[in-house]
Design a binder for this molecule. Structure first.
Ligand SMILES: C[C@@]1(CC(=O)O)C2=NC(=C\c3[nH]c(c(CCC(=O)O)c3CC(=O)O)Cc3[nH]c(c(CC(=O)O)c3CCC(=O)O)/C=C3\N/C(=C\2)[C@@H](CCC(=O)O)[C@]3(C)CC(=O)O)/[C@H]1CCC(=O)O
Ligand SMILES: NC(=O)c1ccc[n+]([C@@H]2O[C@H](COP(=O)([O-])OP(=O)(O)OC[C@H]3O[C@@H](n4cnc5c(N)ncnc54)[C@H](O)[C@@H]3O)[C@@H](O)[C@H]2O)c1
Length: 192
């Protein structure tokens, strides 16, 4: 059976710069999910006009809106780029310009022009789960996100915080601490 070989990483979006090219429905949706997971993300949007919803979603966040047509100079200083215009030529140009500069690029909804995919994301305090279907079924990613949002208890983050405090109080060598932490948490995964 085929398997998903993508490697997920958790980006510190507040210390990176992300560019979204486009200001339509898809750009707004990508921005919405980005900010839902990472409210302090530093994002610039480039488009000749922006939707009312994009203006609202941007307020109170670290978002820069530039009312311009895309030019490769816009890539300067950005680490990640998402292209979401309705012009396939522009999207391909963004992809090629990023490739030349070794900037990671995602052309929304176009798996063949993506270095990375956006995932379904569940956040409960310190706990975050990212879901990918290998680009095969975004609808499944959405449904799994909704499922985990509903079944994971809100206080799952307390477990993380308590274990973090307990770990800091432990004395002994690194190995002793690892052994103690593993003993303590073993019942969480033991079947009865
Ligand atoms: C997870 C999520 C995150 C986000 O967007 O941030 C996300 N798509 C979401 C929703 C969604 N997008 C679309 C539908 C309608 C589905 C349909 O039509 O079948 C729905 C569902 C809905 O809206 O109900 C349209 C669509 N999307 C892609 C294609 C092309 C294709 O599938 O080939 C088409 C068809 C376009 C067309 O037909 O023209 C491709 C991609 N979408 C991805 C991510 C990447 C793969 C992730 C993975 O590995 O699973 C990937 C590869 C690239 C990328 O964009 O990063 C977000 C859910 C967020 C949430 O709810 O939590
Ligand atoms: N909306 C959806 O649900 C959906 C689903 C699947 C695929 N798509 C595809 O995704 C693409 C984008 O869809 P959308 O609904 O966001 O379109 P849209 O028309 O709402 O938005 C397109 C945006 O791209 C901007 N744009 C165009 N040329 C530009 C340039 N040179 N520089 C900067 N910005 C530029 C426009 O100003 C506009 O803000 C389309 O190709 C569409 O077919 C959309």
């Amino acid at each position: 059976m085929e398997r998903n070989n993508l490697y997920p990483i958790f980006l510190k979006t507040e210390q990176l710069r992300i560019l979204i090219v486009g200001g339509g429905f898809v750009a707004e949706e990508k921005l919405h999910f980005l900010l839902k997971s990472s409210p302090a993300a530093r994002v610039t949007l480039i488009a000749p006009y922006f939707r009312e919803g994009t203006l609202e979603a941007s307020s109170g966040h670290r978002i820069t809106l530039r009312q311009e047509l895309y030019h490769c100079d816009h890539l300067q200083g950005n680490h990640l780029v998402i292209a979401a215009t309705d012009d396939p030529e522009v999207n391909r140009q963004v992809f090629e310009d990023c490739r030349k500069r070794r900037i990671l690029v995602n052309v929304a909804d176009t798996p063949s022009l993506c270095d990375f995919y956006m995932g379904g994301i569940v956040t409960k305090g310190h706990v975050k789960i990212a879901i990918s279907t290998n680009g095969k079924s975004p609808t499944t990613a959405k449904r799994l996100r909704q499922l985990f949002e509903s079944i994971l208890p809100e206080d799952i983050s307390l477990l993380v915080q308590n274990l973090n405090s307990y770990r800091r109080k432990l004395k002994g060598s690194f190995e002793d601490k690892v052994t103690r932490m593993n003993e303590l948490t073993k019942p969480l995964v033991e079947e009865d």
